[in-house]
Design a protein around this ligand. Sequence first.
Ligand code: IMP
Length: 202
Amino acid sequence: MPQQLVFATNNPSKIAEIQRQLGKRYTFRSLKDIGCTEAIPETADTLEGNARLKARHVFDNYKSDCFSEDTGLEVYALNHAPGVGTAHYAGPHRSAEDNNMKLLSELGDRKDRLACFRTVICLLQGGQEHFFEGKCEGRIATFPTGQGGFGYDPIFIPTEGDGRSFGQMTQDEKIRFSHRARAMAQLEAYLRTLQDAGHPTV
Ligand code: IMP
């Protein structure tokens, strides 16, 4: 019987990815599923800080253990921008297409296009915070490709892959390399050690 975890997000693409990765052992309840419809401010200046804000909001207002995550794309030639500002790089409207176009335009025809996706998960259990991080190194393409994934996937080519962008990969292929899948694998390993030791988990 899968265990239920509250994932403090309303991003259906993130939920679909982790359901695909861990769906045999867990089912995930979104913010909407727990009745949280208000926007949670993401005002911290680090991924860790924003992940904590989202998890704390749920824990404090909905009295539920949960986990949240925040993801940033760090482009080395741009001093690690957009980083914590990844979601609204092209403005507050959070348009994936505009964000991609802005990043391509900032990079122009630079040869150095190396970048890293970083996901930080904050697990809140009985008020205690636990953090997990996953990274995926890659490079920014010169133009978008593929119909899969979301966000910056059409312009991100993981180093460990075969030259295709995340946007060109199936969900299973993306999960093999992705920052989020790696952070989730660590979260799962932690929950497993708790279960094996007979402790209740979220
Ligand atoms: P947030 O963590 O939901 O705030 O997302 C930050 C930004 O990164 C948003 O623009 C997302 O669309 C983008 N993003 C998050 N995860 C991924 C991913 O796995 N692939 C591509 N873009 C992503």
